[in-house]
Design a protein around this ligand. Structure first.
Ligand SMILES: Cc1ncc(C[n+]2csc(CCOP(=O)(O)OP(=O)(O)O)c2C)c(N)n1
Length: 589
């Protein structure tokens, strides 16, 4: 299709370069100034365009798309405050290395700074959270301008996709006409390079160095591993879909080290025989924790969600080696004596070379503890059929089929999945927004994951996180993407009941209005507003049935009302204690 006007040509060049740079999904928010970009999105081959009304939801939806597909997604907003609503998603993307390309449409230079409507300074909207910002200037029908535009876009998408991945922001000015009305403009004299770029390839392909870990350092670490029997492998949050579970399983077999696998590490569900999931409970047993202090810790991914096990590692006095795919320094306690950058999978392969220790008494002691704590957990659940927050986390995970995706909101749901939903043979992809631990954009993020996955996706969320992004249900309804949302409704922020603020005498009368924040919202009304199928199960069997129904397709909201928040704290303590007690008095090794 030929370009009706210069804006069309300009916007087409941008989207062509993005697709040639690897972008496959565009999330477009409605607006007038962004019309050339919106039209270019739907007209560009190889790009799927999603329409999202609320820019904050759009930002997180794009984050979910990119998190799941591991490829950059593009976001389009009109001028004014619109693009600013991408900010929280941009922050999460920066903190968890997710590639995004933001395009904000802007008024032309002559309208800026003089009170024109919907005109605000949009340069560097996202401050240090953007890996690159460029104001690409006004459309111009010249070779120099178009080739520069194409090169700038090619550079931007490459910047978003190279380590450390994150957001790039291009601000794009457009004069009228914004609609595709025919207009005379001098395109005939343009070179083929300016008009079409390099068909099938970006104008400039920037090839970053392959990020292989340093072989010499790996050899030094490998030598330490060969010397030390009391080592552990610790896997924190990591989204990559690159055979990590298999690589870790082989490393465990080679080193004889147990694998403490966080729920969102992609090494727990479908992990190998050395997988330890219930470490939170077992490390609460002080004599057990003391007897199992490691001498060497091989850490992968981010820090562990539960504080206790992370503190156990940090306080163990062990030599800690941190493997960081993209250079992120997840070590606030400064315990790592080395940080080895580059592919974690490649590191695992190199570290295991020539070693074949197998799972001996040291690893088996952890695995034995895993069995006992698991038996205690299961027997507690079989004795009491009430739907506690821990039980919901456990049962939702257990209800998922092989290959399913689970998105989990921050605060108690992620902690409960980590603590009470042990590994199983089925492989699951478990994701959470743990870059900044926000409770914002959760429905939209999960929906983005679902949108690019052929497998079913379930979201497990707290009620405040749900209400924070309830507009995400609008995105869900309009997109037709299947999603099952399970809300643990404790009528407010349950996590705060575990913190000292809940006990502070001087803050008592302010606790509920400022921290507990009960809302009394009947979630069935949200389901009615967004035309979502709704269930409110009151038993584990009913919950499993509701999840099974959701997995068949469509948009489902499942609300589980749970015990009051203070009681939840006691229930957690009791279950943790019961699991820890199952380890007996030792000696274990
Ligand atoms: C955007 C954002 N605002 C505020 C917070 C602080 N915060 C952490 S947990 C939490 C409460 C979450 O409540 P809910 O989603 O119901 O989960 P629960 O704690 O009950 O499990 C809040 C407000 C945050 N993490 N992110």
């Amino acid at each position: 299709m030929s370009d009706a006007n210069l804006n069309q040509l300009w916007a087409r060049a941008v989207l062509e370069e993005l697709v040639r740079g690897g972008v496959r999904h565009a999330v477009v928010c409605p607006g007038s100034r962004s019309s050339p970009l919106a039209l270019a999105c739907v007209r560009t081959q190889g790009l799927r365009t999603w329409s999202v009304i609320d820019e904050r939801s759009a930002g997180f939806f794009a984050l979910g798309l990119a998190k799941q597909s591991r490829a950059p997604a593009v976001l389009v907003a009109t001028s004014g405050t619109a693009g600013a609503h991408f900010y929280p998603a941009v922050i999460e993307a920066a903190m968890s290395q997710v590639p995004l390309v933001v395009l904000t449409a802007d008024r032309p230079l002559e309208l800026q700074g003089w009170g024109a409507p919907q005109t605000v300074p949009q340069g560097r909207f996202f401050g240090e959270f953007a890996r690159l910002f460029a104001d690409v200037g006004l459309p111009e029908a010249s070779d120099a301008a178009l080739v520069h535009l194409r090169a700038t876009v090619a550079r931007a998408v490459s910047q978003a996709s190279r380590a450390p991945r994150g957001t790039v922001h291009l601000n794009m000015q457009f004069r009228e006409p914004l609609a595709p009305t025919a207009e005379d403009f001098d395109a005939e004299h343009l070179s083929a390079l300016a008009r079409e770029g390099r068909k099938g390839a970006p104008l400039t392909r920037i090839v970053p160095p392959t990020r292989q870990p340093d072989p010499q350092v790996l050899e030094q670490v490998r030598a330490r591993v060969a010397d030390v029997e009391r080592g552990v492998i610790v896997c924190g949050p990591r989204d990559e879909n690159d055979g990590f579970a298999e690589a870790i399983a082989s490393l465990a077999e080679a080193t004889g080290y147990p694998v403490l696998a966080e729920a969102t590490s992609q090494a727990r569900y479908g992990g190998g025989p050395a997988t330890v999931s219930l470490y939170d409970a077992m490390l609460r047993h002080e004599p057990f924790a003391k007897a199992h202090r490691p001498e060497l810790v091989l850490r992968f991914g981010g820090g562990l969600t539960p504080k206790g096990p992370q503190a156990w590692i940090d306080g163990s006095g062990a030599e800690v080696v941190l493997f960081s795919d993209e250079g992120g320094l997840f070590d606030p306690a400064h315990r790592a004596s080395r940080v080895v950058e580059g592919s974690a999978v490649a590191a695992c392969e190199a570290l295991g070379k020539g070693l074949s220790r197998g799972l001996g008494p040291w690893a088996r002691s952890f695995l034995w503890a895993e069995q006992w704590t698991r038996a205690a957990l299961e027997s507690a659940f079989s004795e009491d059929p009430s739907l506690t927050e821990m039980r919901i986390a456990h049962d939702v995970v257990a209800a998922l089929p092989d290959g399913a995706n689970l998105f989990v909101s921050s605060s108690m749901p992620i902690r409960d999945v980590d603590a009470f939903a042990p590994s199983m043979g089925r492989r699951l992809r478990v994701l959470a927004n743990r870059g900044a631990n926000g409770i914002d954009g959760i429905i939209s993020s999960a929906l983005g994951v679902a949108a690019v996955s052929a497998r079913p996706t379930v979201l497990l969320t707290g009620d405040l996180a749900f209400l924070h992004d309830v507009g995400g249900l609008l995105t869900a309804r309009r997109s037709g993407v299947p999603l099952t949302v399970v809300v643990v409704n404790n009528d407010g922020g349950g996590i705060f009941s575990f913190l000292p603020i809940a006990q502070a005498e001087a803050a008592q009368k302010h606790y509920e209005p400022l921290w507990g924040t009960p809302h009394g919202v009947d979630l069935s009304h949200a389901a009615a507003l967004y035309q979502t199928r709704f269930k409110r199960p009151d038993s584990p069997a009913a919950l499993r049935a509701a999840v099974a129904e959701g997995l068949k397709g469509g948009l489902h909201l499942i609300e589980v009302k749970v015990a009051e928040r203070t009681k939840n704290v006691d229930l957690h303590r009791q279950l943790f204690a019961r699991m820890a007690v199952s380890l007996g008095e030792g000696p274990w090794l």
